[in-house]
Design a protein around this ligand. Structure first.
Ligand code: NDP
Length: 391
């Protein structure tokens, strides 16, 4: 028995990059996952279910659940499918914490459900906060749910905020690795393939977030995510390239001091911190930082005219309302098209920028209007592809 065996968690998106690393942390500390969810990776979900024997596993569709039920018939694990079952996993009474590690807007409904149930939410899934930050944070406030960021930059900011008083915060430093195409011109990026974009220099992540890192869309989404998590105005967020991904972000205080958090780039540190907060324990497999070996830390201003997704997100954040939701939806559509080889790397930025400039959205933020703005962004992406084909 470990001191953590009393801690039970639900892992939404357990078969993904963050989900698998979360289970690694569970193995290390002896935390018990009581619910695991995936979209369609039955093979891995079955393996995880056999290892951890959670109460519930959830997949996207009934047909998938039927095969998994057969495969897990010799275990006590319940298998369910669909959106309602996903919400059940997010609100299981046995789980104190819920890890939000689904990719994209598919994570919105379960994150809202977890907030409504007053859970502690270790949140990696940034898209729900970007699109529906007002709703998610309001739901969390009303039901006493706590959101602890897992995104490494936001985890860093969360940690650095402990170094001073909230009223003395001047602005935050949001660092970016710059991705695989740092320093490249638009001309050089014309022929980039999905395989090129999926090769990140410092982090090993799922496909969507890896492409987002290459376009700097990821930093733009994180910009908006930070506004909601830490209640900041756009002018209080400064994005700086930190090429080695060692300075994970920080907070500037009123006296000009910058408190920053550093570490080896490995998501297990941020995941584990979110689950054991405020305590810290060794993270198995993650060595301590060896600064002498790293030698130099370099910083630079992002190139917004090449990586237009970052500029589009910052503009969407300033425009406010439903624009972040539309821009996020357009990007999800664009990344899917890019991964299918249907649009070019640079067109992702053109498409996202176009959605920001051309869509006319109502002001009122409700769940329905957020979903409509998200759908409008995705439709904009489809239309962009159709028009491209007819050129
Ligand atoms: P992955 O693509 O590796 O994993 C996504 C997970 O979500 C999988 O379990 C997948 O199931 C599940 N999933 C996908 N689509 C759906 C759907 N429609 N309904 C229900 N479940 C679904 O993503 P990552 O782990 O890389 O990223 C997860 C989130 O965390 C993203 O929002 C990302 O931006 C954020 N993040 C990721 C980081 C990283 O290092 N990877 C760092 C910081 C933030 P299946 O396997 O069956 O497809």
């Amino acid at each position: 028995m470990s001191e953590f065996s009393e801690i039970a968690i639900s892992v939404l998106g357990s078969t993904g990059s963050i989900g698998r690393q979360t289970l690694d942390v569970c193995r290390n500390l002896g935390i018990r996952p009581v619910a695991l969810t995936a979209h369609s990776n039955l093979q891995l979900l079955e393996k995880q279910a056999r290892e951890f024997l959670p109460q519930l596993v959830v997949v996207a569709e009934e047909s998938l659940a039927s095969s998994l039920k057969v495969a897990l018939a010799d275990t006590p694990v319940q298998v369910k499918a669909g959106p309602q079952a996903l919400e059940e996993a997010a609100t299981l009474p046995q789980a104190q914490s819920v890890v939000g590690a689904i990719v994209g807007m598919a994570g919105l409904a379960p994150v809202l459900a977890a907030a409504k149930a007053g859970k502690t939410i270790a949140l990696a899934n940034k898209e729900p906060l970007v699109s529906a930050g007002a709703l998610v944070t309001q739901m969390a406030r009303e039901h006493g749910a706590r959101i602890i960021p897992v995104d490494s930059e936001h985890s860093a900011i969360f940690q650095c905020l402990h170094g001073g008083e909230r009223r003395d915060v001047a602005k935050i430093l949001l660092t970016a690795s710059g991705g695989p195409f740092f320093g490249k011109s638009r001309e050089e990026l014309k022929a980039v393939t999905a395989a090129d974009a999926l090769r990140h220099p410092n982090w090993s992540m799922g496909a969507k977030v890896t492409v987002d890192s290459a376009t700097l869309m990821n930093k733009g989404l994180e910009f908006i995510e930070a506004m909601w998590l830490f209640d900041l105005a756009p002018d209080q967020i400064e994005v700086v390239i930190q090429r080695q991904s060692i300075v994970h972000s920080g907070v500037f205080f009123a006296d000009g001091s910058l408190i920053a958090q550093m570490g080896v780039p490995d998501m297990r540190t941020a995941i584990q911190y979110a689950l054991t907060y405020p305590r810290r324990y060794p993270v198995r497999g993650v060595p301590p930082l060896n600064l002498a070996q790293i030698g130099a830390l370099t910083f630079a201003t992002p190139d917004r005219s090449t990586f237009t997704c970052l500029a589009a997100c910052e503009a969407a954040a300033r425009k406010g309302g439903l624009y972040p939701a539309a821009v996020n939806g357009a990007n999800e559509g664009a990344v899917a098209l890019f991964l299918e080889g249907k649009i070019t790397f640079l067109e992702i930025g053109e498409l996202v920028q176009g959605a920001l400039e051309e869509l006319n959205l109502p002001r009122e933020i409700t769940l329905a209007s957020v979903l409509e703005a998200d759908a409008a962004g995705r439709e904009y992406a489809r239309q962009f592809y159709r028009n491209r084909g007819s050129k």
